[in-house]
Write a protein that binds this ligand. Structure first.
Ligand SMILES: C[S@@+](CC[C@H](N)C(=O)[O-])C[C@H]1O[C@@H](n2cnc3c(N)ncnc32)[C@H](O)[C@@H]1O
Length: 243
């Protein structure tokens, strides 16, 4: 994706101003993203690491119904590549019209991809999903627990939940506690709330298949690295199911 300094500046300016006020969550998202919607992908490609890796780990079967909650511009579904032809549908769900416009434009040629304006805490596909994933959206959902419960509820038994997102540094030494507070405040300024409980709740709702943790560099901030994780979990089969 091509980067451009003026487009980056627009995004950085919006980020520097912080999360706007609004009458509700959807309104705040729209006010935050509308001015940067067209330059969203170029900047986030350098900021949001691990997304292609998550999509690879999902490994959906033929005929799969796949749901992304908080899909934004629909950029992540590109990572399915030619595999898309094997799936039934990829549903891209988001609350923000400005980003969904970008997603609709991107996927206008592909009938397998549906772009849906809905809240991740309530949306349900027409049948149980094979894969549900969230990419850097959980930390922007005030009702994140409800979103995770809804994600698992919409999965078929044995289906896979995948999440990639920022997390707080672990460890209890002074340097780590300072880093923790720094990142908590830094992200909260833009309406992004890092919380160690996110992974714990995923692990309580699904059987952990893998949890990878790493650190990502940040555009225009040499030397700083922020922790992120990639979680993959399986929805348990009912207790009386023969394996
Ligand atoms: C940082 S963006 C990530 C977008 C995309 N998943 C990506 O990886 O680029 C967070 C997204 O979560 C969406 N979002 C936040 N709360 C939501 C909710 N309750 N329901 C649906 N989408 C939501 C925002 O509108 C935004 O598109």
């Amino acid at each position: 994706m091509k980067t451009s300094i003026p487009a980056d500046f627009k995004t950085l300016w919006r980020l520097a101003r912080g999360a706007p006020a609004g009458k509700n969550h959807a309104d705040r998202l729209e006010r935050f993203y509308r001015p940067q919607a067209e330059s969203y992908d170029a900047f986030r490609d350098r900021l949001l690491q691990g997304r292609a890796e998550l999509i690879e780990l999902l490994a959906p079967p033929d005929g799969a119904l796949i749901v992304e909650l908080g899909a934004g511009t629909g950029n992540n579904a590109r990572h399915f590549g030619a595999q898309l032809a094997r799936f039934e549908t990829v549903e891209l769900v988001d609350l923000c019209p400005a980003l969904l416009e970008q997603a609709r434009e991107r996927w206008a040629h592909e009938p397998r991809v549906r772009v849906i304006e809905a809240d991740a805490t309530h949306y349900r596909p027409s049948r149980p999903a094979d894969r549900v994933y969230l990419s850097y959206s959980l930390t922007m959902m005030p009702e994140w627990r409800a979103a995770l419960e809804n994600a698992v509820a919409m999965l078929k038994p044995g289906g896979i939940l995948g999440v990639v997102d920022f997390e707080l540094p672990r460890g209890d030494c002074l340097a780590e506690r300072c880093a923790c507070e720094f990142w908590r405040r830094w992200f909260a300024h833009d309406g992004v709330y890092l919380n160690r409980a996110h992974v714990e709740v995923m692990q309580s709702l699904t059987e952990t298949v893998s949890l990878r943790e790493s650190n990502a560099a940040l555009p225009y901030l040499p030397g700083l690295r922020v922790p992120y994780y990639i979680y993959v979990g399986r929805k348990p089969l009912p207790a009386n199911t023969l394996q």
